[in-house]
Design a binder for this molecule. Structure first.
Ligand code: GLN
Length: 387
C-alpha cells in the first residue's frame, strides 16, 4: 500500500477533521476545520422548510437535478463569462471533495504523475492515493507564496504527468493567483498536454484588490480544465455537501460514471432549496466579501496585537501562523496542546506541505465576531501557556 503523508497514514481520518474532534473534546473554540458558525442566507433555509413538505424526497438524476444544474450553469457563466452546457458539462457531486476524487479517478491511472502545488489542501493527497497517481510537488515560496516558473516547468515535463492540481484561492495559504501566473500554468498545460484540475471553492471569498480569474477562461484551457467547486463556502452550507464538476463533455461523461457508482447522487431536497441561492444577484456576493473582509480584519488585528507572525490572506478564510518561537518539534503536538491549554483549535501546517515544515499552524476565521473575539482573548495567553 502506498503511503500518504505520515500524518494521514497514522490516523483514521483527515487531520483537519481530527482536529475538530480534539477541539470538541477539550471544549476549545474550533478554528481548525473551516466552516462558519453563522447561518446560511434566510432565503435558502426558508425554501428548505417548504421543500420539507413539498419534496422532492426521492433520487434526482444521478448527475444532478435539472433546475439545479441550469441555475449553476447560469451563475457560473455570469461570473466566468464561459458558456456552460448544463446537460453536458456539469456533474453535481456530494461536496467538492467528491468532485475532486471523481475527477482524479477519471483523469489518472495508477502510476501516472500529478503536479501538486505545495502547500495544498490535505484531501489531494488522498485523491492521489486512491487514484493511484504519484505527486510531484512544486513549492509556493513564502512570504509571497510565488512559484518559480522553471521549477514548475521541470515538474510538468516529467514523463507520465497527466494533470496539475490548482487550488485558487488557495487553502491554506490564502494566495490568489494572478492572471499572469495562471497564464504561465496554462501555457505549460497546453505545451505539455496535461489537464488542470482546479479547486475554486473560495472563488467569492476575496480581499481587495484581489480578483478571481478562472484558468478555464484562458486560451486553450476550456477543454483541459476540470473545475471542482461547491456551494459550501459561498452559501455557508458546508454540511449540505453540494459540489460540482464543470468540464468538457468527454471528461464529464467519465466523471458521471465514477460519481454514479460512488454516491449515486447529491441530496435532492438540498439541491432544490439551494437553487434559490444560485439565483441571488451580485449584491449577495458583494455582501459576502464585505462580511469576510470584516472578519479577516478583526482576526488579523487581534493576532497582530498578540504579537504573532502570520500570513495575511488575499482570498479564502485561513491564516498561517508561525509557531517557531515556541520551540516545538511536532506541530500536531502543539495543536493538541493549544486546544487543551489555550482552548483554541488549529490545524498543524505539516498536513498541507510536501516539504518538511512543522513551524506553521492554520486558523480559519469563518466565525462571527463574538467567537473570534473570544478566541483572540484566549490566544492572548498563548505565550504563558505554550512555552
Ligand atoms: N475546507 C475546510 C478546511 O480546509 C473543510 C474541510 C473538510 O473537512 N471538508 O478546513
Amino acid at each position: 500500500m502506498k503511503r500518504l503523508s505520515t500524518r494521514t497514514d497514522s490516523f483514521t481520518d483527515s487531520v483537519i477533521r481530527r482536529m475538530t474532534r480534539i477541539s470538541n473534546q477539550y471544549g476549545a473554540i474550533n478554528l481548525s476545520q473551516g466552516f462558519p458558525d453563522f447561518d446560511p442566507p434566510k432565503e435558502i433555509t426558508d425554501r428548505l422548510s417548504e421543500v420539507a413538505f413539498q419534496g422532492p424526497h426521492q433520487y434526482a438524476l444521478t448527475w444532478g437535478a435539472q433546475n439545479f444544474r441550469e441555475a449553476l450553469a447560469r451563475k457560473q457563466e455570469h461570473f466566468s463569462g464561459m458558456h456552460i452546457d448544463p446537460d453536458e458539462e456539469i456533474v453535481v457531486t456530494c461536496g467538492s471533495t467528491e468532485a475532486m476524487m471523481a475527477s482524479m479517478m477519471t483523469v489518472c491511472n495508477p502510476g501516472d504523475n500529478v503536479v501538486i502545488i505545495s502547500p495544498y489542501y490535505e484531501t489531494y493527497g488522498a485523491d492521489m492515493l486512491l487514484s493511484g497517481a504519484e505527486p510531484i510537488s512544486v513549492p509556493l515560496n513564502p512570504p509571497a507564496f510565488d512559484f518559480d516558473a522553471n521549477v514548475l516547468e521541470d515538474a510538468v515535463k516529467q514523463p507520465g504527468v497527466k494533470a496539475l492540481i490548482l487550488c485558487n484561492p488557495s487553502n491554506p495559504c490564502g494566495k490568489v493567483f494572478t492572471r499572469e501566473e495562471l497564464q504561465i500554468i496554462a501555457d505549460l498545460a497546453v505545451r505539455y498536454d496535461i489537464y488542470v484540475v482546479t479547486d475554486e471553492v473560495y472563488e467569492h471569498i476575496l480581499y481587495a484588490p484581489h480578483k478571481h480569474t478562472y484558468i478555464a477562461t484562458l486560451p486553450g484551457m476550456r477543454e483541459r480544465t476540470i473545475m471542482c467547486n461547491s456551494l459550501s463556502k459561498t452559501y455557508s452550507v458546508t454540511g449540505w455537501r453540494l459540489g460540482y464538476v464543470i468540464a468538457s463533455p468527454e471528461i464529464t461523461d467519465r466523471v458521471k460514471k465514477v460519481h454514479d457508482f460512488l454516491t449515486v447522487g447529491a441530496a435532492a431536497p438540498l439541491m432544490e432549496a439551494a437553487t434559490v441561492g444560485l439565483h441571488f444577484d451580485d449584491s449577495y456576493y458583494l455582501g459576502l466579501q464585505q462580511h469576510y473582509t470584516h472578519m479577516k480584519d478583526l482576526f488579523i488585528r487581534g493576532l497582530r496585537d498578540i504579537g504573532l507572525t502570520f500570513t495575511e490572506p488575499q482570498g479564502a478564510y485561513y491564516v498561517l501562523v508561525d509557531i517557531g518561537e515556541f520551540g516545538y518539534e511536532d506541530d500536531l503536538e502543539f495543536c493538541v496542546r493549544l486546544a487543551e491549554k489555550v482552548g483554541v483549535g488549529a490545524v498543524p501546517g505539516s498536513s498541507f506541505f510536501k516539504e518538511d515544515i512543522n513551524h506553521l499552524i492554520r486558523f480559519h476565521f469563518a466565525k462571527n465576531d463574538e467567537t473570534l473575539t473570544a478566541a483572540l482573548d484566549r490566544l492572548a495567553d498563548i505565550r504563558q501557556k505554550m512555552k
